[in-house]
Design a protein around this ligand. Sequence first.
Ligand code: ZN
Length: 61
Amino acid sequence: MSKVIAFKRPSPKDKHKGKTLCRSGFHKWKVETEQKFDVKQGKLVTVLLCTRCGERKHKLI
Ligand SMILES: [Zn+2]
């Protein structure tokens, strides 16, 4: 019985990898605000936030 739980600590290498992915357009999107009303577009939008680089985008419903 030797089940070792490894705690993953983000190494600088991993961070670099993540940014590379972001630069390539592969963001790690997370829902920040669900369905807020965008007055400009007159539509409900979901705000997505990239957990790696902090970029935001709006997704139209
Ligand atoms: Zn990103």
